[in-house]
Ligand binder design. Structure first.
Ligand code: PMP
Length: 365
């Protein structure tokens, strides 16, 4: 007996931590800064840390069945009904739930290229297949309905990422509505807003609820996560916001206890700490502006907590930066061998990244 052949899966590039990189280079971890995984430079909300400490003694019990208090707080935040919130083990877990809820063997999903690898992986785990629509670097990776619809061929799920990883581009809600209108009734349009808090654009939840002049629809879902603006990436907490008509499917796709008690308690404290999110978003906006102004290379405009930079040859530049203590993301695995992605850090981390990159670029001539 062998595991099934998963060789067509693109391996998820989890990115290495500071400890691992420092050990390999034989250096002191405290001299490194990691700006490679779009984590929160300010860490978690202190209120979330307190909540984890308070809950620590109760981890011998299973999580509360429905995580009702967190679900209610999230639903309240979006002005939707509680049963429209599918809590999951990170945004990745929410992607899996949507795969489970929609895909029959052989169904395809349509994903952006470049784009987030887990959409395709999840589809393949669920015996589906993947087709791509291209976001062109010549067009600043801009997203519109036509680009998606030209590539669309009856796929069961269409993934839109707004803000998009790794470019930071967004798609407007009229375009999302048009895509949903012009795709089959059996197609779900998933708008991944993992980086939504950093963008000055409206959430596609308006299309699910029928607000802001849009009709309520049952063919759009939105993904959100606590990993980015809330700084809880290590706890694994995310959710899908689904149409009313989808609510009861959750009980059939949910992995029992997928969202841990610690994650839910911390999530509840975090969602109530608006100040921490506001501070995070302000730091990100400042870092994006600094990087666009001061990096001596093409930096695309971004609505995420990161920027994409054209450095000519990503791998040697990322390696040279790492050698100087700044870990960034080499975007070769995204199909962008000329680009690196730099996460927005604290002001001093961002300054160090800018300086280091400019030095490396100058050295390379
Ligand atoms: N969507 C996008 C576009 C992402 O970049 C990520 C994480 N990097 C996720 C979803 C999933 O995040 P998580 O599972 O940590 O919530």
């Amino acid at each position: 007996m062998k595991p099934r052949d998963l060789s067509d899966h693109v391996a998820y590039q989890a990115g290495r931590g500071i400890e691992e990189v420092a050990r390999e280079l034989g250096r002191d971890p405290s001299t490194f800064v990691k700006l490679a995984s779009n984590e929160n430079a300010h860490g978690p909300s202190p209120a979330a840390v307190d909540a984890i400490e308070d809950a620590a003694g109760s981890v011998s019990s299973y999580p509360k069945a429905a995580h009702a208090d967190l679900t209610a707080a999230v639903a309240d935040r979006w002005a939707v009904a509680d049963d429209q919130i599918w809590l999951a083990n990170g945004g990745d877990g929410a992607i899996d739930y949507l795969s489970r809820a929609t895909l029959e063997p052989g169904d395809d999903v349509l994903v952006p290229a470049p784009g987030f690898a887990y959409y395709g992986m999840s589809a393949r785990f669920h015996h589906g297949d993947v087709t791509e629509y291209a976001l062109a670097r010549e067009d600043d990776f801009s997203q519109d309905a036509e680009t998606v619809l030209e590539a669309y061929d009856g796929e069961r799920i269409v993934y839109l990422t707004s803000p998009h990883n790794p470019s930071g581009s967004t798609i407007d809600l009229e375009a999302v509505a048009e895509i949903a209108d012009r795709t089959d009734e059996e197609t779900l349009v998933v708008v991944d807003e993992a980086y939504g808090e950093f963008a000055d654009v409206d959430s596609a939840v308006a299309l699910i609820s029928g607000r802001d002049g849009f009709d309520a629809r049952d063919d759009v879902a939105v993904l959100r996560t606590f990993s980015k603006a809330y700084g809880l990436a290590g706890l694994r907490l995310g959710y899908a916001i689904v149409p009313h008509a989808w609510a009861e499917a959750y009980a059939r796709v949910n992995t029992p206890f997928a969202a841990s008690e610690l994650a839910c308690r911390a999530g509840l404290a975090a969602i109530e700490d608006d100040k921490h999110v506001e501070r995070t978003v302000a730091t990100v906006a400042e870092a994006r502006a600094t990087m666009r102004e001061e990096i001596d290379a093409l930096v695309w405009p971004s609505d995420g907590n990161f920027v994409l930079v054209d450095v000519g040859e990503a791998t040697p530049v990322a390696e040279a930066m790492q050698e100087r203590g700044v870990i960034v993301r080499d975007c070769t695995s995204f199909g962008l061998p000329a680009c690196i992605r730099i996460t927005c850090g604290t002001p001093s981390e961002t300054d160090r990244a800018v300086e280091t990159l400019n030095e490396v670029l100058e050295d390379r001539g």
